[in-house]
Design a protein around this ligand. Structure first.
Ligand code: T4K
Length: 398
């Protein structure tokens, strides 16, 4: 009997790679018309009409007073951290994309890593409180996978200790905490519209805040500090969004409901198909909150599944299913943090465990229902023949 798994000599499930993070493209005709408009106007960047429209539509959607478009979320985090006056030490998760903590370090701030709640995957307020010292000036927390952080407890801690509170909302556009859209919490929130995000500008981001003065400062800061033609009012950088990016963002925003519906269908399909396979569990999305379902996140239990997460990744990659291990191995294990904070791992047991178990599967409008069926079928075959797979992997590496 031949077992149809590429790792065992079978045919790969896909002829070309199926990625996590393949961009969603909105209506191409509308997008091209917007590009033509920008070219006709010969106004390509520096707070142009598309950027202004994108900001206004975002602010309305997120029910927040100010939305400041920027070149990407990383620069947005760097600007927000500086504008909020964070210095000294700031507490942040290690279970996040590296940009969250790089933005602090880039500003000369010591990153103090807090552990996560193993159920929500978000920064645990109890762990945070234990890390507060007289040098702490802020908390940066990520809404991982778009699921809201423990916003109330973090706000309460920030108020009690006089700390600034910034949310990395890179994953959370279109998500809510209770009735309220993510975007208006903390002192500010930062979104990413990178190509891999379900609403995208190719490269782009936004800082949202209900603090008008903070927004005014952020607008100067993203434009070299210019307050007027000949007047630089403060230190700034070039963090502007271009008109072409905003044109993509607007077009993407118009397709948002459709993309979420596709993501939700894919999520439900994966869930139903994976339900009978022991040892692989999908991260839940609370149906009481609005969600964008842009990530299909599986958590593997090696003892029940028969293979480790890393073994399954190798199986899937051989099938040209490019599943990803976000945020492996954890920010604290990457440089410069590994050198700066060599003992950080000692207080991050939940982060370290999760980093060994999480696996993201392809979704979005580039993925079809038949693709999901094939992916799950290969996962099922891998677990059913775990012993053979493990032996094949061992001999590969021998
Ligand atoms: N905070 C958090 C919590 C974040 O997750 C991120 C970004 C940020 C902050 C910073 O946001 P930005 O400054 O980027 O706006 C990718 C993205 O580059 C990154 O934006 C994202 N998070 C992160 C979770 O994923 P990598 O290192 O995985 O990128 P890469 O090149 O491996 O691409 C990911 C996958 O997408 C690949 O499988 C290929 C596919 N892909 C990618 C691009 C660019 C495509 O199919 N088409 C494409 O055009 O970081």
């Amino acid at each position: 009997m031949t077992i149809d798994l590429a790792i065992l000599g079978g045919t790969p499930a896909f002829t070309s790679p199926l990625h996590v993070g393949t961009p969603n493209i909105g209506n191409r005709t509308v997008l091209m018309a917007r590009f033509e408009d920008a070219l006709d106007r010969r106004w390509l960047t520096n707070d142009g009409p598309f950027v202004k429209e994108f900001e206004a539509r975002m602010a309305a959607k997120l029910q927040v007073r100010n939305s400041v478009a920027v070149a990407n979320a990383t620069v947005g985090l760097e600007l927000a951290i500086r504008a909020l006056g964070m210095t000294g030490e700031v507490i942040a998760p290690s279970f996040t994309f590296i940009a969250t903590v790089h933005a602090l370090q880039w500003n000369g701030i010591r990153v103090v890593f807090g552990d996560i709640d193993p159920t929500t995957h978000n920064l645990d307020p109890t762990a945070v409180e234990k890390l507060i010292t007289p040098r702490t000036t802020g908390i940066v927390a990520t809404h991982v996978w778009g699921r809201p952080c423990a916003i109330g407890p973090l706000r309460e801690l920030a108020d009690r200790y006089g700390l600034k509170l910034l949310f990395d909302a890179a994953h959370a556009f279109g998500c809510s905490a209770g009735e309220q859209p993510i975007g208006g919490f903390g002192d500010a929130e930062v979104f990413s519209f990178h190509a891999t995000k379900f609403v995208n500008c190719a490269e782009g981001g936004a800082i949202t805040t209900n603090d008008d003065e903070l927004a005014r400062q952020l607008r100067f800061m993203r434009n070299f500090g210019f307050a007027d033609y000949d007047c630089v009012e403060r230190l700034g950088t070039n963090g502007k969004m271009s008109e072409l990016s905003a044109a993509m963002g607007l077009t993407s925003l118009e397709a948002m409901d459709e993309i979420i519906a596709t993501n939700q269908r894919h999520y439900a399909d994966y869930r139903q198909r994976l339900a009978s396979i022991p040892g692989i569990t999908l991260v839940d999305y609370d149906s009481q909150f609005q969600q964008n379902y842009q990530y299909v996140v599986a958590v593997l239990d090696e003892a029940r599944f028969g293979l480790s997460r890393d073994e399954l990744v190798q199986v899937l990659h051989a099938e040209r299913i490019l599943a990803r291990r976000y945020f492996y191995p954890g920010c604290h294990i990457h440089e410069p943090y590994r050198t700066l904070e060599p003992n950080a791992g000692l207080t991050l047991p939940h982060t370290e465990t999760l980093c060994q178990r999480v696996l993201l599967l392809p979704t979005g409008t580039a993925v079809g229902v038949e693709d999901i069926a094939k992916i799950v079928e290969r996962i099922q075959t891998a677990t059913a023949h775990a012993g053979l797979v493990r032996a094949a992997l061992k001999s590969r590496h021998a």
